[in-house]
Design a protein around this ligand. Structure first.
Ligand code: AMP
Length: 219
């Protein structure tokens, strides 16, 4: 399985990528997670990326392409991958095509999750992320209290710095300006499918499985 999950912030890419990665045993590549990890570890990459992440702006293409080249070239990506959050610009998509060609990789599908704008802002604003397993939850789903733990792993939940209403709105604008044009880029290929990301998590999961096929062990 070699797929790209595409969509605005808060469309459920991360949640669905995690489910798919567990079920199909392929690598989940979240460029946002990789960047946040680099920031937390204060690496050179993290120092370069921090201000972009905090402000909800895109990290420059040159930095991103270097990062993705390294991950796709690693052994962990050999059995397949789900790209979540990359590419985010037409330049990144062109570079990715070149990388695929160079590495002899064939992309299976680009699955786009469509979610209404109001819902995006609502989801991002109420989103809590687990520091440990990186699952995300809506505050409304969880019991109230300051020390609510992650229902999946018991880890600490936190509000991402870029999940404030202002930064969420800015991220949506960035998506509309720089990332949405990619839909046309991939629509021109025969590998693009759009699905309704407004549906419940398990329904979206089923729609994706209809496209990629159920894993051999589950059929
Ligand atoms: P995400 O976790 O996917 O919402 O990404 C969080 C932040 O990481 C984004 O707002 C950007 O600052 C940065 N980022 C993640 N992926 C990319 C990318 N492909 N290109 C540029 N910036 C990115």
């Amino acid at each position: 399985m070699r797929i790209i999950l595409f969509g605005p912030p808060g469309s459920g890419k991360g949640t669905q990528a995690k489910l798919l990665s567990d079920r199909y045993g392929v690598l989940h590549i979240s460029t946002g997670d990789l960047l946040r990890e680099a920031v937390a570890n204060r690496t050179e990459l993290g120092q370069k990326a921090k201000e972009y992440l905090d402000g909800g702006d895109l990290v420059p293409d040159s930095i991103m392409v270097g990062l993705i080249r390294e991950v796709l070239g690693s052994d962990r990506a050999r059995n397949g991958f789900i790209l979540d959050g990359f590419p985010r610009t037409v330049a990144q998509a062109n570079d990715l095509d070149r990388l695929f060609e160079e590495m002899g990789i064939r992309l299976d599908r680009v699955i786009s999750l469509r979610v209404e704008h109001d819902e995006i802002i609502r989801r991002l604003t109420y989103r809590l992320t687990c520091k440990q397993c990186r699952s995300v939850f809506s505050e409304a789903q969880l019991p109230s209290g300051d020390d609510t733990r992650c229902p999946s792993c018991g880890g600490t939940l936190y509000h991402r710095k870029d999940d404030t209403p202002e930064t969420a709105r800015h991220r949506l604008e960035v998506y509309l300006k720089d990332t949405k044009p990619l839909k046309d880029f991939y629509r021109q290929t025969d590998r693009f499918t759009q699905i309704d990301g407004m549906k419940k998590i398990d329904e979206v999961q089923r729609l994706i499985e209809d496209i990629v096929g159920v894993p051999p062990s589950a059929s």
